[in-house]
Design a protein. Structure first.
Length: 421
């Protein structure tokens, strides 16, 4: 029988395989080869702009391909300390936007507004770009946008619903990047952190059409009973915004270069090499973490042994307390609680491929049948912590936090369930 330490080590190896498969430089290399960007016209400039958690690695590959670019601008999160000689690097807050991000947004907007018809812009976009470039319209403050984001998160909106609203209060989201860059030609290479790979949603779709209109955003907020809690400046802006969808962007070519499914396939191949039976159970694990935990626990109880079950997606957490955690940590804790009486030997890992789960220093959690006992042994009550959305404290007490540091990529979340004989 495989031991718990052995299962935990295997789960971590499979997670590492998922991250490796999402290597941003490799993805950009393939994207540039399959869809080369437009060359600048005589007198024009090549401009490289990378935004997101994977921005340094993506930009590094583009700079290798185009060493004579007039400008190489990188916007990434504070935790990504990668150096990139020859590039202008700006770091900003994520998941909570900050003033550094506002400065970065102003810099990007300035570059785009100077673009001319003979120029060629290469945009390198990865997850996290939405928070990293807060660019509220006139009359809306960064603090008010932060309040909006907190309300959307607390309401349990999925990523598409959140972007429907956020795109309406930004100069860069929902195609704003493309509009500001016109009439220059834009080739965007996109590393997806969104299940289903909707280009309108990845990093809030800076080079894609918006999800919807301002009036649709208002209707969503009213239906969720949060309209009255939205800052007055944002309500006024939405009410005054044109309800028409913008025309398509004729000078923009978007190319998807990496995704969650690619990482799931890499995990499956790695499990195959270990000699385990393996199945991808769900490549679109979305919705509330409570429902996801029930599904995964049901799969555990029904599965033949031994087997590796894989999942990929991006769940949501409804905030009911004041604790710290993230969707992956909460999912891991919920599975540990629901599977404690299964009578099986198992290990479950849930992690964000970017290395960061919520406003914490962990990528997620890795739990086993002894997790709850370790939490109790530390004098804590797992159920009480969960009710307060304090999964980080619970998993910290049990030694079950998954910590990787910033990975430099982001293709959403992956989950691994190993069941031993």
């Amino acid at each position: 029988m495989a031991s718990i330490p052995d299962l935990r080590a295997r789960a971590r190896l499979l997670f590492d395989a998922a991250v490796e498969a999402a290597d941003p430089a490799h993805a950009v290399r393939l994207g540039l080869a399959s869809c080369p960007p437009a060359a600048p016209d005589p007198g024009g400039r090549r401009v490289l702009i990378a935004v997101g958690k994977a921005a340094p690695a993506m930009l590094g590959e583009a700079m290798t391909a185009f060493p004579g670019a007039a400008l190489s601008l990188c916007v990434t999160h504070h935790e990504n300390v990668a150096s990139l000689p020859g590039a202008e690097i700006m770091r900003a807050g994520h998941p909570v936007p900050d003033e550094a991000g506002a400065d970065a947004a102003r810099r990007v907007i300035s570059v785009l507004e100077q673009a001319e018809a003979q120029d060629s812009i290469v945009a390198l976009i990865s997850g996290g770009g939405s928070a990293l470039l807060p660019a509220p319209p006139s009359g809306i403050t960064l603090d008010e946008k932060a309040q909006l984001n907190e309300l959307l998160l607390a309401a349990g909106f999925d990523i598409t619903q959140m972007n429907l609203v956020r795109q309406q209060v930004s100069r860069l989201k929902g195609g704003g990047f493309a509009r500001l860059a016109a009439p220059a030609r834009v080739n965007a290479y996109i590393l997806s952190d969104v299940i289903g790979d909707d280009l309108r949603v990845i990093a809030s779709g800076p080079t894609a059409q918006p999800v919807g209109t301002a009036w649709q955003a208002i209707a969503l907020l009213r239906d969720a009973a949060v309209w009255g809690r939205i800052p007055a400046s944002i309500r006024l802006h939405l009410e005054r915004t044109d309800n028409e969808m913008p025309a398509p962007f004729p000078n923009v070519v978007n190319s998807l270069v990496g995704s969650n499914r690619v990482s799931l396939d890499a995990m499956k191949a790695a499990a195959d090499r270990m000699g385990w039976a393996v199945r991808i159970m769900d490549d679109a694990l979305t919705g509330d973490v409570e429902d996801a935990a029930r599904k995964i626990t049901a799969d555990l109880r029904a599965a033949a042994q031994p087997v590796v079950l894989l999942y990929g997606g991006e769940t949501t957490v409804t905030l009911r307390g004041t604790g710290r955690g993230g969707r992956n940590q909460e999912l891991a804790l919920r599975v540990a609680m629901a599977a404690q009486d299964s009578g099986r030997t198992w290990v479950f890992l849930s992690g964000g491929t970017d290395g960061r789960d919520g406003p914490t220093d962990a990528a997620g959690g890795i739990v086993d049948p002894g997790s709850l006992a370790r939490i109790a042994g530390a004098g804590l009550d797992a159920a009480r912590l969960l009710a307060n959305n304090d999964s980080h404290a619970a998993l910290s007490a049990s030694g079950d936090l998954l910590k990787t540091g910033a990975t430099g990529t982001n293709v959403a979340d992956v989950q691994v369930l190993l069941i031993a004989p």
